[in-house]
Write a protein that binds this ligand. Structure first.
Ligand code: GDP
Length: 532
């Protein structure tokens, strides 16, 4: 496909790899569609679906996604505009999927935070923001739904400033809100955007003006709205920090754009800020020090694996983020964990949900590599060097269940399913030392529904869940092999192996965990473990 070839013209400096973070319902999906539309990746908003001939039956897990109105999977969407290649990584919005989200945020260089104008900062926004802050990911704020009655813009700005300890710098301001809404004004460019078509219509027009008191602008606005807007605009410009690109990139300041994703107000303006100011690929941490995007040697890491993206082909796609070098299709990369070469002959780019082969990729790009289980989350690929990217943890599960197979003839399918889905990071699978049933662990209970539904849909196998007495899992290790062996022997009923055959301790309560810790000072009980 020609798009693939033209999508990568100017190297890593032209890449903007970002995610959208928000609380469910704030408008992330709508904004994603409008950004893709603005970038020409889709033809019609609402059509973030496969085009092409293979428009295929959606599997059960996608039905869950639809019926519950949540995104269960992260995916990547690449689009291009004015010489910039945007890689938008979708983070699942539901709080149950924090692990997946966390990993996705390791692969971005910046984020857009979508806030509902009426609701302000909500719990999930705050959590995701904290992850971004931990990783120094700079944030652009989009205050959505200004076409509806909301709080005053000042209230929203002050809440962002206080709740997140961020300096706010308003860039695009609403001209009236709710029933008074007439458009938005871009301070930096003196542009007024509005709907020519009809009062409540989508944004379709832009007027370049001389300033806030240009009659070309003021004559378009109802007097009572204009009076209020003039006051607000003055206060917005005088009372808040002016934009400072360095402060933004260091994560101290957030430019704020007011708009309406649904009616397409301020989407172009938002994209322009991403293009101009969002950082290109940043150095990535590794066990041998940060890897610079300017480094000539290709390097990349796997941040997500998705099985059965296409139910007709039992394939598995590893999502790989490049960190340096200039990758070309057919290259043999060093798969550092196994030490074996991996020929990447079918690297895939994702346009909305359409796939296309790509010939090359630069730092910041995300591609999919179809494989049969070789690639795992956390794996590093390089042109030769043997180092590992760090910072992709696996978290201790908070909900544990025993898997009950309804039809014992389907043991093989179940094993396969659990292996695949564990690889995706949807679930953690433990094999108890005693007893034959698998125990699964998840971070949030909704993941269990998704698990059962996918195993039914994709592996034609019915499962149920039974409670187990365990409250969580801890990876155990010790510099003293003998002590570890003794501990495992003494606690056999509470020991299981993870899918890499590493021992985990399954305590029944916090108290039991504390007790085990106190009694065994030479053993570490880890809540997370670095993948690979
Ligand atoms: P998500 O859960 O964050 O992905 O939110 P959605 O994009 O699905 O939007 C949630 C709801 O808000 C949907 O009913 C949207 O139509 C609506 N919505 C999104 N953006 C706007 C907007 O700018 N104005 C109004 N009035 N509604 C919006």
């Amino acid at each position: 496909m020609t798009q693939a070839a033209s999508a990568v013209p100017t190297g890593y400096a032209a890449r903007r790899t970002f995610a959208i973070i928000s609380h469910p319902d704030a408008g992330k999906t709508t904004l994603t569609e409008k950004l893709l539309l603005a970038g020409g990746a889709i033809n019609m908003a609402g059509a973030v679906k496969a085009r092409g001939e293979n428009r295929r039956a959606r599997s059960d897990w996608m039905e869950i996604e639809q019926s519950r109105g949540i995104s269960v999977t992260s995916s990547v969407m690449t689009f291009e505009r004015e010489g910039i290649t945007f890689n938008l990584l979708d983070t699942p919005g539901h709080s149950d999927f924090s692990e997946d989200t966390y990993r996705t945020l390791t692969a971005v260089d910046s984020a857009i935070m979508v806030v509902d104008a009426a609701k302000g900062i909500e719990s999930q926004t705050r959590k995701l923001f904290e992850i971004c802050r931990l990783r120094d990911i700079p944030i652009i704020t989009f205050v959505n739904k200004v076409d509806r009655e909301g709080r005053s813009p000042f209230e929203v700005l002050d809440e962002i400033e206080e709740a997140l300890a961020l300096t706010v710098s308003p860039q695009v301001w609403p001209v009236g809100m709710g029933t008074d809404f007439q458009g938005c004004y871009d301070f930096a460019h003196d542009e007024f955007i509005y709907s020519k078509a009809r009062a409540n219509g989508p944004c379709d027009s832009l007027k370049k003006v001389e300033g806030l008191d240009d009659p070309a602008f003021t004559s378009m606005i109802a007097p009572h709205v204009l009076e209020r807007f003039a006051e607000e605009a003055e206060l917005a410009r005088e009372g808040y920090a002016s934009f400072d690109a360095d402060a933004y990139r260091q994560g101290h300041l957030t430019p704020v754009v007011f708009g309406s994703a649904l009616r397409d107000f301020s989407v172009d303006q938002l994209l322009r800020i991403v293009a101009r100011f969002a950082p290109p690929p940043r150095p990535q941490p590794s066990d041998k020090g940060p890897v610079e995007p300017t480094n000539d040697e290709v390097s990349a890491f796997v941040f997500k694996v998705q099985a059965n993206m296409d139910p007709n082909h039992r394939d598995r796609v590893a999502f790989v983020r490049f960190c340096s070098g200039h990758f070309k299709r057919g290259m043999k990369l060093n798969h550092v964990r196994s030490g074996k070469p991996l020929a990447v002959n079918n690297p895939i780019y994702f346009f909305a949900q359409e796939r296309a082969l790509t010939e090359e990729a630069f730092a910041g790009d995300v591609i999919g590599i179809p494989n049969h289980g070789t690639l795992r989350v956390g794996d590093t690929l390089t042109e030769g060097a043997a180092f590992r990217f760090t910072g992709l943890p696996s978290f201790a599960p908070e909900v544990m269940r025993r898997v009950r197979l309804e039809d014992t003839m389907r043991m093989k399918q179940l094993r396969r399913a659990l292996e695949d889905l564990a690889e995706e990071g949807l679930v953690q699978v433990f094999k108890p030392m005693f007893g034959s049933n698998w125990i699964v662990g998840v971070v949030g209970p909704l993941q269990l529904d998704v698990l059962a539904s996918r195993i039914r849909g994709e592996y034609k196998t019915e499962i149920g869940f039974e409670p187990v007495p365990y409250s969580t899992a801890r990876w155990i290790s010790s510099p003293d092999e003998r002590k570890l062996k003794d501990f495992i022997k003494d606690n056999g009923m509470s020991i299981a192996l993870d899918r890499d055959e590493r021992p985990v301790f399954l305590p029944k309560s916090d108290w039991e965990l504390r007790y085990a810790r106190e009694r065994n000072p030479d053993i570490s009980f880890d809540e997370t473990r670095e993948l690979v």
